[in-house]
Each structure stands twice: as C-alpha cells, then as structure tokens.
Design a binder for this molecule. Sequence first.
Ligand code: MG
Length: 385
Amino acid sequence: MNGAELAAYAAHDARTRGRRHPEPPPQYRSEFQRDRDRIIHSNAFRRLAYKTQVFVNHEGDLYRTRVTHSSEVAQIGRSIARALALNETLTEAIALAHDLGHTPFGHAGQDALNDCMRAHGGFEHNLQSLRTVDELEERYAQFPGLNLTFECREGILKHCAVSKARELGELGERFLQRRQSGLEAQLANLADEIAYNNHDVDDGIRAGLISLEAVVEVPLLRRQFDQVMRLYPDLQGRRRVHETVRRMVNEVVIDVIESSLARLRAAAPADIEQVRSQPAPLIGMSEPMREQHLQLKQFLREQVYRHQRVLRMTTKARRVVSQLFAAFMDDIKLLPAEYRDGALRAEGRDGIAGRARTVADYIAGMTDRYAILEHRRLFDPAERT
Ligand code: MG
C-alpha cells in the first residue's frame, strides 16, 4: 500500500519498530508484505488446513477449518482497514498468523494441553502463535522463526498474563503498562470475533445443531431475517440462511467502521505511539452492537459449543491430547528423532519443564487427523507404528 493513502495513526512501513534480527529492507515489497508472505509460506500455516475450531476436520468438507477461518478474518479485517485508512497488508498478516499456534481440535485441544502443562508453565495458543513465528518455524539460514516485524508480533500476541509478559521484553511491555496495541492489531482481533460468530451460525445450522428459526430469536439476526422475509417472502433453504447471515456481517462491519471513525476523530492520535498510549482501544463496535454481539455469542455457547454432539467430540479430543502428552512425557523415545533430541537438549537446559515444552510443541503442531493417527499408532496394537 502506498504510504500516502495511510492515516497518520496507521502502522507505517518506514516507522516500523523493526525485526528481532535486523535485515535489509525488502527490495520490491513493503515490510508488512514480507511478513504476510513469510506467514503464507510457513509450515504452520499449511497445517491450519487440517485444524478446526468447533467441528473436527473429518466431519465434512464444507465446515470452516482454521485456514478458511483465517482467510475470513483477513477479509473482514482488510475491508475495515481500508475504510479506516489503516495498513491493510499488516492487518492481513496478523489475521493470517493469529491462529498459527492453535492445537488440534480447537479449544478442546488447547484446554487439554493447558491442563497437561499446568505444572510446567501452562499452554496458551496466543503465546504459542508467537512462539511459532519467533522460534519454531525453520525456514531461514540466518535466524530461527520467521523474524516478523514488531507490529505484526504485537498483533499476534492478543492477550498475555502479566507473569508471561515479564519474560517477553518490549513485546510484553503493553500488558505491564496497560497500553494498547496498534490499530491494525486491534482490528485483526475484532475481525476474528466477527468472523467466528458469523461462521459458527452458518456451520451450526449446516451441522443440524441449531435451526434458523432458533437462531433468529437472537435480536441481531432477527432484524436481518425479518427484512429478508419482507423482501423475499418465498426464499427458502440455504439462500435464506446465507442472505440473513451476510446482512448481519455487513451490519456489524459498518458499525465497526463508523464507531471506530468516531473514536479516532475524538482521540485524534497523531501516530501509532499515541494510539498505544490511549486508555482504551479505539477500534470497536458501538455499545448497542457490542451488546447484541454478546447475545449471539451467548446463544452459540449454549446451543452449539455445549451441544451434546460437540461435547462428545471434544471429550474424545481432550482424551487424545492428554494421552499423547502422558505417553511422550513417560518415554521420550516415542517421539520422532528431531523432537526427542530437542527434548533432551531442553531438559538439560530447563529440567522437566523443558521436556514438557518440547512435547507440547510437538502436539500443538499436529493437525486433527495427524493427532488421531498418532494416537492410534501409540495405543492400538493392531496399528502399524
Ligand atoms: Mg481465530
């Protein structure tokens, strides 16, 4: 993006706080284009195709995977970024990277791994996304990880406990000093929420967990649904669902653009540093919209995430993750050679917590189907090892 099109408060290429390992500027790309391109070429990004959030990967081809979720986050984020004259490329990069550290089996996997890691420093997917781009990716001769810009890394680290923030140097400062992230980071974060509330309605209906009739009891959808029915009284099936959901997303996006613009005008930050020192984020929904969005979230929690069919699946997922963890902790010879050697080195350095961290890295990197296969290979004597 041409710097002249950007607002003063956006992240500007020329004023990036830079990379952990200094590199000459890219020749024909911007710094944030380079970040985005590195993310797209990473192993962790490709694995997102086989990781899921609510529905396990093999349930059907039409459900969102982490990679299609990340693309939807990027799409929503980019639309809003452009309307607010923010850095569209940086917003896209953060959106594409935000879930790189996710375990297999979505939140069930993350909770199970966090339980396993409780005595060893815990496991948090946000921190793991950062760890993935800072250390785990092995693609460059001169540095570990992807060596992304500070602005992209601050966006990936959405939240962070104070105890962890102390270990993170300048990236952790904002959590200790209660400062804000840049606007592109705030935006990618919000786009994530908008994206999953939208697609979990869609996927929930597709899976037969909820009906359109039930979900339109939520005020945010009610308005859209009534309007669709007024305009197209004969509309049926998928088109009726999609027409309703797409209008809802549109309304939320417009609300975010208008409320954020109003806040930006009122605060009038001169640059990204002034954005960071604001008492609260400047990107956000209006109060009534936030309220309605919360009602939708609540509905999804009760009707979709705690649906008996989802619970049965998440119980299995938790079992797979915790049994894999226990087996590898018990005997690191069961790990693939590179992880076994890594575990030995980490244990020599950090004791048992080092071994646990390597095991957690291995499990977190697994796709849904790889975790299922690896579990079978370890626990089913009939399976080839
Ligand atoms: Mg997400």
